[in-house]
Ligand binder design. Structure first.
Ligand code: GUN
Length: 292
């Protein structure tokens, strides 16, 4: 069994990006600039955005965090987006999700300039991705592909089962794994809340990508020997013995499933760190495109 070490690989990627930024600086070029809008005070979202800002500092990017109150109206958010769309100093920006209920998420995501949409959430970029065109691939799916690529996980001809159809992970992952290319060329089954007999499906999977958000959902009895496991779950489970009062728990019963798996991602330290590394990669890509 091999652990897919997202922490190590993400550090390698950040080192590679740092080198590229140093070369940009040596040539007198502007360094990439990532902005993040966060609306409200959700603890997990604030933690993620703070990690994104720290990661920018580490690789030498400029970063801007825009905090807006929980009562922000849709119009106010759209105004802020327009400001970032037209600010030529900002190469890429993200709007941290989820947004408060008074805001229509889809409408907001459609207002982002597709050339600055480093999350890859705009319908134009999502469509390009589905058509195998060069574009920004959403950071978590992009990170999963990169992790499999760097460990040489074979995906061609394999049966990949994706659990969860979210717009951020499950849906794009189901498209990417079926694409022509590497990683890709899988036969994909996309499962969700209305799927019947999920164990029958997961037990036939060569690769399982779980993005459900139900702690310890996937048990050893549900998988076959030598399965590849990608655990995208990051649920905060209350735990009084933990310093923060909670532990981050994945969708997979790691202790038992890892005994049967050929490759498996841990939680934390698997997919999570890859997401941030690939957001940086997309921002670098945005900077390079803006220079052309
Ligand atoms: N919320 C959870 N994951 C993500 C992500 O990848 N990007 C943004 N913007 N919000 C998220």
């Amino acid at each position: 069994m091999t652990i897919l070490d997202g922490k190590k690989v993400s550090n390698d990627i950040k080192d590679e990006i740092t080198d590229q930024v140093k070369k940009m600086v040596a040539k007198g070029e502007k360094v990439p600039h990532l902005a993040a809008i966060i609306v409200g005070n959700d603890g997990a979202s604030l933690t993620y955005v703070a990690s994104k800002v720290r990661a920018c500092e580490r690789v030498g990017f400029e970063s801007t965090m825009v905090r807006m109150s929980n009562t922000t109206s849709e119009v106010e958010l759209l105004d802020k987006i327009e400001e970032l769309n037209t600010n030529s100093d900002v190469d890429g920006f993200i709007i941290q999700l989820p947004l408060p209920p008074q805001i229509n998420t889809q409408k907001v995501l459609m207002a982002v300039n597709p050339d600055k949409d480093v999350d890859g959430f705009h319908p134009m970029n999502f469509g390009k991705m589905a058509l195998d065109m060069s574009t920004f691939i959403p950071a978590t799916p992009f990170g999963i592909l990169e992790l499999m690529d760097r460990y040489g996980v074979e995906t061609k001809g394999k049966h990949t089962v994706v659990i969860g159809r979210s717009h951020i992970v499950g849906r794009p992952m189901s498209i990417l794994m079926g694409r022509k290319g590497f990683p890709g060329n899988s036969t994909v089954t996309l499962t969700h809340s209305h799927t019947k007999n999920i164990t029958q499906i997961t037990s036939q999977a060569d690769i399982i990508i779980s993005a459900l958000g139900v702690p310890n959902f996937l048990k050893a009895e549900m998988v076959k020997d030598d399965v590849v496991i990608i655990d995208v779950g990051i649920t905060r489970v209350p735990d009084e013995t933990a310093a923060k009062g909670y532990v981050i728990t994945g969708d997979v019963d790691f202790e038992n499933v890892s005994k049967k798996a050929s490759y498996i991602t841990p939680v934390p330290g698997g997919v999570g760190p890859m997401t941030i590394a690939m957001l940086l990669k997309n921002t670098l890509l945005a900077r390079e495109r803006h220079m052309q």
